[in-house]
Design a binder for this molecule. Structure first.
Ligand SMILES: *[C@@H]1O[C@H](CO)[C@@H](O)[C@H](O)[C@H]1NC(C)=O
Ligand SMILES: *[C@@H]1O[C@H](CO)[C@@H](O)[C@H](O)[C@H]1NC(C)=O
Length: 188
């Protein structure tokens, strides 16, 4: 072992002892993850279709409200699994830009307040394959609701932001609804 080697290993062990560095975690350069690029802010606008009726529902109640345990008009306890289409315009026949995949659950005993957990899986243009993750509270009878964007994948890595929701159309009988989403996302 040469003197240089000796000092190198000496320094390395010193480094490991003082920083506690292991194989488990290490700091890396921001530029390796593209974080040296300027952060962008994008505004996405599309329509979310909750289709519960008909032969091809995209929103299915997988857990009914447990009415034997609690009498509620808010549907407290219900869970719907969704694979809802996202379209450019309010019409379901307009261009499909992605799907909202996840679930919502009635989380309030007195009002219709939903806990929503879903991924917007986009298929349009350069966003094909990228997704935005939403987790939030949706008081469905409020005119405007807001839910956080808590992350994303692909072009939305490190994303943060929020979504604003406005009910465009709602059929009280079938439960079908079309909701306008304006999503403001910061990403790289
Ligand atoms: C809910 O209401 C129904 C009908 O009024 C009643 O039969 C039932 O016992 C109630 N359940 C509870 C848990 O209070
Ligand atoms: C999106 O990507 C998938 C998989 O790479 C591909 O099969 C599909 O045709 C693409 N869709 C659009 C609309 O470009």
């Amino acid at each position: 072992m040469t003197t240089t080697h000796f000092f190198f290993f000496f320094f390395l062990s010193f480094f490991i002892i003082t920083t506690g560095a292991t194989d488990f975690v290490r700091p890396i350069d921001r530029s390796l993850l593209g974080l040296n690029r300027k952060q962008k802010v994008s505004h996405f606008k599309f329509y979310w279709h909750d289709i519960q009726s008909g032969k091809n529902p995209t929103s299915i109640s997988v857990v009914p409200p447990p009415m034997n345990k609690i009498n509620t008009t808010s549907g407290f306890g219900l869970v719907n699994m969704i694979d809802n289409p996202l379209t450019l315009a309010p019409e379901l026949t307009s261009k499909l830009v992605g799907r909202a995949q996840g679930f919502y659950a009635s989380a309030c005993q007195t009002e219709v307040d939903l806990l929503m957990a879903m991924n917007f899986a986009f298929i349009d243009g350069k966003y094909n394959g990228s997704s935005i993750t939403i987790l939030g509270r949706n008081s469905v009878f409020n005119k405007v609701r807001e839910m956080p964007v808590i992350g994303g994948s692909g072009l939305f890595r490190f994303a943060t932001g929020y979504a604003e929701l406005r009910t465009h159309w709602f059929d009280l009988k079938t439960g079908d609804a079309t909701v306008e989403y304006n999503v403001y996302v910061m990403h790289y």
